[in-house]
Design a protein around this ligand. Structure first.
Ligand code: TXA
Ligand code: MG
Length: 328
């Protein structure tokens, strides 16, 4: 399907730009907004045509549902039927980088297209003043996937959004670099024990401590419970080699804590010279894009510890390294 050209306005997210962007959302437009995790491509989640335009702008397969962004837990409870676990999670972690999947509530206004026809709905209350202001001014839940072309890494700056979506969306609100740098953690509360569908910016350890219960895992080998979690979702153009200890000739280096022997690297970035996982997460997608843009055909990535935020970082790195063509 060809995508009509749009005049994209990029501006610092000051009150005036936010008000204009909110008016654009109410009229069915597409607005890229900063959140604490990554930039999202927002549209009125109750407007079928606006939701269709998100899928078209991203080139996203229509079977992959969107997260509805809401102001608070009360707004979420109008859209999704929260059980006790979901209520406790919202209480403990909202606003914040946690998405809760719940059964659709009878009063749900979110378009069936945004839900990809599912009887469940993903809800998130972002911890970012611009996203919060936009949701409040729009007055409706905002469907917002990450603001990248489908199959590319998520954007953590307004410039990344422009590189992927300029001419395809109406607004880009620049709120500076995303603080967390990896997407929200997704937990399904659909009866029984809550299930971890996507590791993300909120660690499993913190969720389990708050609930005092072990999270179930997404069924291994089964149909993806978060349909967007297909192997090569976060793909740079360059081939990525994981767990590397030294760089081969012609490779670029994605280092962590200075662990990579990088003589001969065509380019080198260290996710966190001090070995701090929070810092590594915040740099991950920007550094993948930068090394990709350096023209390297291959990127060697240092090992990242598989604990805390390292679980989400390794998940994104594995997807970026997966063979292409696994995403429709
Ligand atoms: O941090 C984030 O979550 C960012 C910011 C913009 O909020 N958003 C984001 O959206 O990462 P997206 O569309 O790139 O990823 C959303 C994931 C997809 O894997 C999708 O399949 C899954 O959420 N999802 C959405 N609705 C679902 C549902 N009802 N059940 C299971 N998974 C769902
Ligand atoms: Mg995404």
């Amino acid at each position: 399907m060809s995508q009509p050209t749009r005049q994209t306005r990029l501006a610092p997210a000051d009150p005036r730009a936010i008000a204009e962007a909110a008016a654009c959302l109410r009229a069915g437009g597409l607005v890229a907004m900063p959140t604490e995790t990554v930039y999202g491509l927002a549209a009125d989640a109750t407007n079928d045509r606006a939701v269709v335009a998100i899928y078209a702008a991203k080139g996203r397969p229509a079977f992959n549902p969107l997260i509805a962004h809401v102001a608070d837990a009360a707004a979420a409870a109008r859209e999704g039927a929260f059980d006790d676990f979901a209520r406790r999670l919202a209480e403990a972690f909202w606003p914040g980088p946690l998405t809760i999947v719940a059964p659709v509530a009878p009063s749900c206004r979110v378009s069936l297209l945004a839900r990809a026809g599912l009887e469940t709905l993903a809800l998130r209350c972002p911890d970012h003043p611009v996203a919060q202001a936009l949701i409040a001014a729009a007055g409706v839940p905002l469907a917002a996937p990450s603001a990248n072309r489908s199959g590319r890494v998520s954007p953590t700056t307004a410039a990344h959004v422009a590189a992927d979506l300029d001419g395809r969306i109406d607004w880009i609100l620049d709120g500076g670099p995303a603080r967390r740098g990896v997407e929200s953690t997704i937990v399904a509360c659909l009866g029984g024990r809550p299930r971890l569908l996507r590791p993300g910016a909120l660690t499993r350890e913190r969720i389990e401590a708050a609930l005092d219960v072990a999270l179930d895992d997404a069924t291994p080998g089964g149909a993806p419970l978060a349909p967007g979690q297909l192997a090569s979702h976060y793909a740079p153009r360059a081939r990525l080699r994981l767990g590397a200890h030294e760089v081969a000739a012609g490779e670029a280096a994605l280092d962590f804590a200075g662990a990579l022997a990088h003589a001969g690297a065509t380019a080198r970035l260290d996710l966190s010279p001090a070995g701090v996982l929070e810092e590594a997460a915040a740099h991950l997608f920007a550094y993948l894009r930068a090394l990709d843009d350096s023209g390297a055909a291959r990127i060697a990535a240092a090992p990242i510890p598989e604990r805390g935020l390292g679980v989400a970082i390794n998940d994104r790195l594995r997807r970026a390294a997966a063979p292409r063509g696994e995403e429709a």
